[in-house]
Design a binder for this molecule. Sequence first.
Ligand SMILES: [Zn+2]
Ligand SMILES: [Zn+2]
Length: 265
Amino acid sequence: MAIALFFLLHWWGSVFFQTLFHHRYASHRMFTMGPRTERVIHLLAYMFQGSSYLDVRAYALLHREHHAFSDTPRDPHSPTNHGNVFTMMWATNERYQAYAKRKREPEARFLGGIPEWPWLDRLGRSWTARIGWMGFYTAFYLVFATAWWQFLLLPVHFAMGPVHGAIVNWWGHRLGYRNFESRDQSRNTLVFDVLTMGELFQNNHHHSSRNANFAHRWFEIDPAFQLMRLMAKVGIIRFVVPPKGMVDGSDVEDATARTELQQAS
Ligand SMILES: [Zn+2]
Ligand SMILES: [Zn+2]
């Protein structure tokens, strides 16, 4: 029981902060928050991602390239360019490392608006810290595991961020249905995305990449967006563009967008 709870907490915590902070905030700027709140969320992202913490700048640059070149030969991670998920992730990692270590410069249009905390990003990349986190996961299993096979879950804890990336980038562009015709191969893989907190609505998201709500049809549920609505209600974040499904616009940052929304309702 303790192992199941620990696994689910790590799984959902890690992917929630990835979709909230790295994806919807750092890459797309779908909402704003105060500088102190930004630091708290950044720190929480680090705590939950632990040994597989994703460098925010490298993630955002790769992701902006992914939208610009989706499923073309220049896409940093498209299943159309690779025979299997492992070669795709290998190539993704090479470019990610080059950006994280500043050995490669992106096109200027992909830069800007990415939150930076050099100290934390350095800590996240350090192998001492990574091994420390792996030691912590292992110690938890040594104390609470009730069967040997549970230890087989440990590698998933070690590489949680890339595991989520592989699921979203491979199956999100291969498996599922489409609501919108687009030049890329994006798909909506699940209607209630319990697996990756909304990230598997790739087709919806590529269609309107500024909409914080990745669910577009009545039967689709984006769990991260539902949590974000709550965060907006209590004033932790403010949406820049009113997401579909929000009616009064009181927690929308952009004044023009808010006026348009009020006029429409
Ligand atoms: Zn995509
Ligand atoms: Zn995106």
